[in-house]
Design a protein around this ligand. Structure first.
Ligand code: UDP
Ligand code: MG
Length: 327
């Protein structure tokens, strides 16, 4: 539809990663359809089925047939949330793309807030969580992770900001062109630069179904964030080495003094004894330090290995409503 003065109305894309979300999909569709008129734009909804094992895909197909503004992609297996979002960004055609979770923890009604900032000239608008409803341990770990990441990277990583965000077409083009495999999208969108701003919102509870981010998946995401955006852990080996050598040197001085002034040391209860515990402790300590450093090296080498293999980020099994249909 052409507007009165011949300008094509703006179009926004909503990207929704879905993994085993059959319980929440009907509510999601209802809430999005109810919220959409307030966006004041043409829109498309791209749902990416990340290898679900439940009825997510058939439900998505029905919705795509019912409403041509809904599109869907289906992965050949579970590739992970960040990859699902990346695929959504790849196929999005809107001038602005909003990434939103399927479980309604990110309210579709809040999209209007993101759009308002975009229309005011910001190219990246991310939602910052005022309150989280997650379990205490998850909140503590997330709190610690965001602060640690900020200490370790020179990028101004936003605290407590999740994946719920709006990206202008220009930013989407940059992210789409990035070849990297371990994708920590919050980091990538910060890395892009442009004009960024945050809007605050209360993150509610999951509307239905069970969390799909297991502890293992969350931990992997945190590791991707740390190791893809900071080389600081590599320096840890150097610092630990320096500290341990410093302590060892003090130990040598102390032991020498103990031998030379044995009687004085005996008077204050520090007579030289059998060195067995000292040896065991230092061997274990040094062994631990070395294993940690090897592990850190392994993290980076593993990532280099993943990158050089150059495998595609995802494999599509099926799609609906995407024009032209992907091969
Ligand atoms: N998700 C996904 N692939 C996965 C795990 C999760 O696409 O392997 C999607 C999930 O369907 C949801 C979003 O990522 O839309 C966030 O997942 P979840 O709500 O389980 O995470 P949490 O809110 O607990 O961090
Ligand atoms: Mg959730």
């Amino acid at each position: 539809m052409l507007a009165f003065w011949g300008q094509v109305p703006e179009k926004i894309s909503i990207v929704v990663p879905c993994f085993n979300e059959e319980a929440v999909l009907p509510i999601l569709i209802e809430r999005i359809m109810a919220a959409a008129p307030a966006w004041g734009a043409d829109y498309e909804i791209i749902c990416v089925d990340d290898g679900s094992r439940d009825r997510t895909w058939p439900l998505l197909l029905v919705q795509c047939q019912r409403d041509p503004r809904w599109r869907a992609l289906s992965f050949a297996r579970n590739f992970g949330h960040q990859t699902a979002v990346s695929a959504g960004l790849h196929f999005a055609t809107g001038e602005a793309v909003v990434v939103i979770d399927a479980d309604l923890q990110d309210p579709p009604e809040a999209v209007t807030l993101l759009l308002a900032q975009w229309r005011a000239g910001f190219e990246v608008v991310f939602a910052r969580r005022k309150k989280r409803q997650d379990p205490l341990l998850k909140r503590i770990l997330a709190w610690g992770f965001y602060r640690l990441l900020q200490k370790m990277t020179p990028l101004p990583m936003a605290q407590d900001a999740g994946d719920f965000c709006l990206l202008d077409r220009k930013v989407v083009a940059v992210i789409r062109a990035l070849p990297e495999r371990s994708r920590y999208l919050r980091g990538l969108r910060t890395w892009c630069g442009f004009r960024q701003t945050a809007v605050e919102f209360d993150r509610g509870e999951r509307a239905a179904g069970v969390p799909q981010y297991t502890f293992k998946k969350s931990f992997k995401l945190a590791m991707d964030g740390l190791f893809s955006f900071s080389a600081a852990p590599l320096r840890l080996a150097t610092y630990l080495g320096l500290w341990v050598s410093g302590f060892a040197f003090l130990g040598v001085v102390f032991t020498l003094a103990q031998k030379l002034f044995a009687s004085e040391f005996a008077k204050i209860g520090l007579a030289p004894g059998a060195g067995f515990p000292t040896i065991v402790i230092s061997v274990l300590f040094l062994g631990g330090v070395q294993l940690i450093c090897l592990g850190i090296l392994g993290e980076y080498i593993g990532r280099i290995y993943e990158e050089v293999k150059g495998r595609p980020l995802w494999i599509l099994r099926d799609s609906a409503g995407i024009v032209p249909p992907p091969e």
